[in-house]
Ligand binder design. Structure first.
Ligand code: COI
Length: 353
């Protein structure tokens, strides 16, 4: 089915509120948003309208049972001031995997990708050009039946909002390896970008923040032995001359688009990447015998973020200064060079606006 994207532009842009020198993640939203409704088994035409509040019944399903999923994508500006989106089709595919698991409808590519392209075209002025900056794009879908009985909804709303972003973490992150709370089990929803995965992490997150840590590295729910992901990021360890990251088998980890890009580029450079279960014991012994060279997280919001400190029980693993790291610094620069158009996009990852 072909969709017509209707456009209703804001009468006066709010761009004057946007200061490139003072960007705070997720605080200021650009002029427009995209909205599309699903009802009676079909999507209606998407509309691009001025960013603003929604009016919803207090009985709206997602507010009660969390039938809600989202994605994170970024648009960058090249040296000529042209906007470009990084791998939106991959986020579209992942969103539909989340949708299936959460009993929600597939979002058509014409709405997700073409609608996003049109939205960024209209709000191009909001894509920052400062170093390391981007326009964070947040597509999401919520169940909108006006019904508090528990059943999969029949009505849904898909939206895309965007917000200027700078570096998500501005210093190496400190990580607490958790072996009390659990993020995901096989058979659960760990591989989805469901709102509930994030909601369930808030309490443990609050506890570790009080202890001075930035993020949790989750472990498996059976033995608390194998590391999974950080919640805002996938995780990589450089041990000896190999890069190791937890595999996606079992569906407990998000299949990050940045994760996939990093694995692809490292392998092309001839670096051995192992996707396999990695235990906290293996990480601790690599730290003790000096072979744990680097540890970093990857994600759309966080990009590639070094881990400065990793704590498990009483073992505080303090990593070398980041300036001495080869692998992470190379992958971060290479990925940024592709995103900002400084080197050729050999993989077809860029959608030009
Ligand atoms: C992203 O990296 O896009 C995320 O969704 C992580 C976080 C901001 C929730």
């Amino acid at each position: 089915m072909a969709f017509e994207i209707k456009v209703n532009k804001i009468s006066e842009s709010r761009i004057a509120q946007f200061d490139e020198n003072n960007i705070q993640f997720g605080r200021l939203y650009s002029d427009h948003m995209l909205i599309a409704h699903y009802e009676n088994g079909a999507w209606g035409n998407p509309e691009i309208i001025p960013y603003g509040n929604l009016s919803l019944s207090p009985a709206t399903t997602f507010m009660h049972y969390g039938q809600a999923i989202f994605e994170g994508v970024k648009a960058y500006k090249d040296a000529n001031g042209k906007a470009r989106i990084f791998r939106p089709e991959d986020n579209w595919r992942r969103m539909n995997k989340s949708a299936e698991r959460m009993a929600m409808p597939d979002v058509p590519k014409e709405i997700f990708v073409d609608g996003m392209k049109k939205l960024i075209e209209i709000d191009q002025a909001w894509v920052p050009s400062c170093d390391g900056c981007s326009l964070y794009i947040r597509p999401f879908m919520v169940a909108t039946d006006e019904f508090v009985g528990v059943r999969p909804a029949t009505k849904f709303t898909f939206l895309i909002i965007t917000s200027p972003a700078a570096a998500y973490y501005n210093k190496p992150v400190s990580i607490f390896v958790h072996d009390e709370y659990v993020r995901a089990f096989p058979g659960g929803i760990g591989f989805t970008k469901a709102a509930g995965n994030y909601g369930a992490s808030m309490y443990p997150d609050q506890q570790i923040k009080k202890m001075g840590y930035d993020q949790i590295l989750w472990t498996d729910g059976f033995e608390h032995k194998y590391v999974q992901e950080i919640g805002t990021m996938n995780v990589f360890f450089v041990i000896g001359d190999k890069v190791i990251t937890p595999d996606l088998v079992g569906g407990t980890i998000l299949a990050g688009v940045t994760r996939d890009s990093v694995i692809t580029l490292l392998k092309e450079k001839g670096i051995t990447v192992e996707e396999r279960p990695i235990s906290i014991d293996e990480i601790e012994s690599a730290y003790r015998n000096g072979t744990l060279k680097e540890a970093f997280g990857t994600g759309t919001a966080a990009s590639v973020a070094p881990i400065g400190k990793l704590t498990f029980h009483t073992e505080v693993m303090q990593l070398r200064p980041v300036e001495e790291w080869d692998t992470m610094n190379w992958i971060k620069t290479t990925l940024d060079d592709i995103r900002y158009g400084r080197i050729e996009d050999k993989h077809g990852w860029i959608l030009h606006i």
